[in-house]
Write a protein that binds this ligand. Structure first.
Ligand code: ATP
Length: 267
């Protein structure tokens, strides 16, 4: 099961915030599914990629959307060369191979997906494939991981308690300043002083009062800004493009955010 374990140096880079690495590993060993919740760009997907590589497991990632059905996950019959052939979906492949199936933004998926997720996410660990009449038993390596962003949730799109209560839940949030500086330097090899400035801008933007933003600036956007600046783009130009314009379409708000950026870069 652990045939492809990698060394720390070759793993997808992930800077932990606490005990989430050990918790995830114990959940996997105990065959428990995991739910990760947190704002956009805070490291959920990177964490799962890191853990899959660390545990030597194949990873199947599905970006859920409001048209995603149980058949998209499980598989369907396809017609080709006059024949009908069964084609496994990503969930079925993960079960057959004993890997991780990661459903990103699971609340977006259609409700009929719970029919296939529920028996896999409790102690039955089976995947019923209605179309072929198969009932796959998940091997020990298989793990179901789902994520969602509580900030986007509305009443209609919340997870049902009967679904939530099948998962061990990890709550992610924006990193502390020191950790975020570490993420920026680890991810982009940028100058620590630049990382400190970008993180300071993020800290100010995240606590701005009276500014109506749908979601606060993510670590992902700071990484973008660091990359642009690192390749020679002027800091104000980079921050406008990678941070400010990605946060808002409102001109007044954009200029208010640019004032914070300008204050930090001394313009
Ligand atoms: N803890 C971390 N360690 C390393 N990189 C990180 C970390 N947190 C964020 N990042 C950086 O931020 C980027 C976005 O992270 P990621 O794609 O994991 O976000 P996410 O939480 O899955 O977002 P979404 O909900 O929008 O899918 C990563 O590509 C990486 O550059």
């Amino acid at each position: 099961m652990n045939a492809r374990i990698e060394t720390e140096a070759t793993l997808p880079y992930y800077a932990p915030s606490g005990d989430e690495v050990a918790l995830f590993e114990q959940a996997w060993r105990n065959r428990l599914p995991v739910l990760i919740k947190g704002p956009t760009g805070c490291g959920k997907t990177r964490f799962v990629a890191h853990m899959a590589a660390k545990l030597g497991l194949p990873l199947y990632t599905v970006a859920c959307h409001d048209d995603l059905s149980a058949a998209d996950l499980v598989g369907r019959h396809l017609i080709g060369d006059g024949k009908t052939v069964w084609c496994d979906g990503p969930l079925t492949r993960a079960v057959r191979e004993g890997g991780i199936c990661y459903l990103d933004e699971v609340v977006e998926a259609r409700k009929d997906t719970t029919v296939v997720l529920h028996p896999l996410a409790d102690d039955r660990r089976v995947l019923p494939i209605e179309r072929t009449g198969e009932q796959l038993e998940a091997p020990p390596g298989f793990m179901l991981v789902v994520s969602y962003n509580p900030g986007y949730q509305n009443f209609l799109k919340s997870l049902k308690p009967s679904t939530r209560q099948r998962f061990v839940s990890l709550a992610f949030d924006f990193p502390t300043a020191e950790r975020e500086i570490g993420i920026l330097t680890g991810e982009t090899a940028c100058d620590p002083m630049l990382a400190r400035r970008l993180v300071s801008i993020a800290g100010s933007l995240r606590t701005l009062k009276d500014v109506d933003l749908e979601e606060a600036v993510s670590t992902r956007l700071l990484v973008y800004a660091a990359r642009l600046i690192g390749s020679g783009v002027a800091p104000l130009v980079a921050c406008r493009a990678a941070i400010v314009e990605s946060l808002t379409d409102d001109r007044e708000i954009a200029e208010a955010l640019m004032e914070v950026v300008a204050a930090t870069f001394g313009a």
